[in-house]
Design a protein around this ligand. Structure first.
Ligand code: HEC
Length: 103
């Protein structure tokens, strides 16, 4: 019986890990946001500078609420593309949390 539980747990883990790896906020950020916002969120990439992406650490951005950042990511703003068709609300929420942790 113990062995069965152990094997089931292993199978669940083996299934869960690759899925989580692909959908983690970090890998989503790298795949979809980093080109403009940069690995550190400073927006110091060629595209970020050209389009006017702000530093996520600037007071302008840190004073915005999570809800405002969520809306900008979902609906887009100026040159910032809208992600409402590409990401779920939960994914956007996770991304905003992730963006706040970038140093
Ligand atoms: C094509 C380049 C581009 C991509 C890709 C992009 N952004 Fe942006 N983003 C911008 C620009 C430019 C702005 C500034 C918009 C403005 O205020 O005029 C912006 C603004 C934002 C803001 C509002 C705060 C700020 O810096 O002004 C958030 C939050 C944000 N982006 C998150 C994301 C997330 C999360 C992704 C990935 C899902 C992403 N962006 C992908 C260009 C981009």
């Amino acid at each position: 019986m113990k062995l069965m539980i152990g094997l089931t747990a292993l199978a669940v883990m083996a299934l869960a890990i690759p899925v989580r790896g692909q959908d983690s906020p970090e890998s989503l950020y790298k795949a979809k946001c980093q080109a403009c916002h940069g690995p550190d969120g400073k927006g110091e990439t060629a595209a970020g500078k050209k389009l006017g992406a702000k530093d996520f650490h600037s007071p302008e951005v840190t004073k915005m609420s999570d809800a405002e950042l969520f809306d900008i990511t979902k609906k887009g703003k100026e040159k910032m593309p809208a992600y409402d068709k590409k990401l779920t609300d939960d994914q956007i929420k996770e991304l905003i949390k992730y963006v706040r942790t970038l140093k």
